[in-house]
Design a binder for this molecule. Structure first.
Ligand code: KIV
Length: 267
């Protein structure tokens, strides 16, 4: 029988050599699929904004929307650790907003931890959330909520000063007591150094092979995403084409009077 994954289980992976797997989900159906495949962590990402809501960025996503989707996901999960992603302006505004909104993920939506973007910029909020008993996953490197400050979704940490800042952010998060750090969109060599430097697992996305785990957006992995996907995505299936084909066949059969058949009708 599979066991419930806990925060201490994730921490122990740093040293037992087993890589951590994490995928995003936004609803019950996908959460069940991912959970039955034995994935360790399900992240209810604020990528909700781009993947499900059709926005260009994650910035419009609200706390209430995150709570709604995290609730749906929690219903579908038996084993994976459920992490809720703190959306833009749910924690930047004040320490008390940060603690209150992190608490909502656990109280109202069944999450077991939250993820917060940023190092130095968010450290007072992250410390306060942890002090209130809520496990925090950090996130450094390419920070989608800072897209306008970065001037687009660009690989971070290519220059020495930016690499040093990302490294010191990761160390600061480790010292603050996060249980894992997502490292996004940075050169593989820098991710290798961060992974060696901190005591908690790194979970990479566009950060090379040496991280302690990997995360992808589920819809990218399945090949459902309409736009061209970034270089770091591997599409493990090509479901978009299959879905469009199935819908086209439905249309043709209805229009030609071939659906439903006699067997598909009640008598
Ligand atoms: O919002 C999200 O889905 C994320 C992951 C891709 C790390 O932050």
């Amino acid at each position: 029988m599979k066991q419930k994954i806990t925060v201490p289980d994730i921490l122990s992976r740093k040293h037992d050599g087993r890589k951590i797997t994490m995928l995003t989900a936004y609803d019950y159906l996908f959460a069940r699929l991912i959970d039955s495949a034995g994935i360790d962590i399900i992240l209810v990402g604020d990528s909700l904004g781009t993947v499900i809501q059709g926005h260009h960025t994650t910035l419009p996503v609200t706390m209430d929307e995150m709570i709604y989707h995290t609730r749906l996901v929690s219903k579908g999960v038996e084993n994976a650790l459920v992490v809720g992603d703190m959306p833009f302006m749910s924690y930047q505004t004040s320490v008390s907003d940060a603690v209150y909104n992190a608490g909502r993920f656990l109280k109202e939506a069944g999450a077991e931890a939250v993820k917060v973007e940023g190092g130095t910029t968010a450290i007072d909020k992250i410390k306060a959330i942890i002090a209130s008993g809520i496990p925090v996953m950090g996130h450094v490197g390419l920070l989608p909520q800072s897209v306008h400050q970065m001037g687009g979704y660009k690989v971070q940490g290519k220059e020495d000063t930016s690499a040093e800042r990302i490294m010191s952010d990761a160390i600061m998060l480790d010292d603050a007591g996060v249980f894992a750090v997502v490292v996004e969109g940075i050169p593989a060599g820098l991710a290798t150094k961060i992974t060696a430097a901190i005591s908690v697992p790194t979970i990479g996305i566009g950060a090379g092979i040496d991280c302690d785990g990997q995360v992808l957006v589920m819809h990218d992995l399945l090949g459902l995403t309409p736009q061209p996907v970034p270089k770091f995505v591997r599409q493990f299936a090509a479901l978009r084409g299959l879905c469009i084909d199935a819908v086209k066949r439905f249309k043709v059969d209805v229009e030609n009077g071939k659906f439903p058949s006699d067997d598909e009708s009640y008598h």
